[in-house]
Design a protein around this ligand. Sequence first.
Ligand SMILES: *Cc1c(COP(=O)(O)O)cnc(C)c1O
Length: 296
Amino acid sequence: MAIDLNLEFKQSIFHHELLAQKGIQLKFLRLDTIHPVVSGNKWFKLKEYIALFQDGSFDQIITFGGAYSNHLIATAAACQYHNIPCRGIVRGFHGQAAITTTLQHCRDLDMELHFLSRAAYATKNELDFIEELQRQYPGALIIPEGGSGSLGLKGARQINDYIDAETELICCAVGSGTTFCGIADGLQAHQSAIGFTVMKNGSYMQEGIQAQISHPRWRLETDYHFGGFAKHTPELIAFIHTVKRTQDLPLDFVYNAKMLWGVLDLIATDKIKERHILCIHTGGLQGNQSIPSLQQ
Ligand SMILES: *Cc1c(COP(=O)(O)O)cnc(C)c1O
């Protein structure tokens, strides 16, 4: 299967009564338009790893993810696009017993899948594990889960090329935080950033993120997790339907719907006062396949 990626990332204006009332302009940077199943932020996080592959004498790429991982699928897509052989190491046997749509997409993109017990997967960042993997595949470039690490950060920083000077506030969903750190670190002096953590008790991320951002104007909002990572409520799902119907803007329930809900709530309660806001739509729409009413 050949892959067709749209690498032009545009902005679109979000219309809402509340915004008109408050005199606020809200725009989305549409990293989701890259491809129906590839997350735009993952593409940026992979860019520098791909460049390293191309400069070096590697023969394949290996990376890690769960059975619904946006990162695995983005890696499979990027490798297909650049004609690089790749392997995905999958957490747990769930996807092996009953293949998920995500993993099927990975296979369709020629990623070879290996399934690991959850216990073994938990050791994947340990030196012993990496060394053994490297012994088995001496020519492999091993990319950390989620495309994190300094090269992931460097790639994410390039999202700033699409942020105009008029923008005062950038909003972005936070998983590992790599995307947010990359963007926030590269902001201009007059700009600030809010990261919306999508897991429960997200404030533990504060310190780790602090260490990676030299720009002073950013904060985390940790109250919009809707019960935890990949958890959702009927209200959140109804919100996704409404935004799709009224704005023709598709949102994934794991990241972007939670961010936008948070942004509108903070505007309604005057905790966001900036007039020019840019939300980074990171994509992740393939994840909606796991919710029947959101399948397309
Ligand atoms: C992975 C992902 C994120 C979070 O990115 P991090 O760099 O891990 O914080 C946000 N949105 C989507 C759609 C993702 O797939």
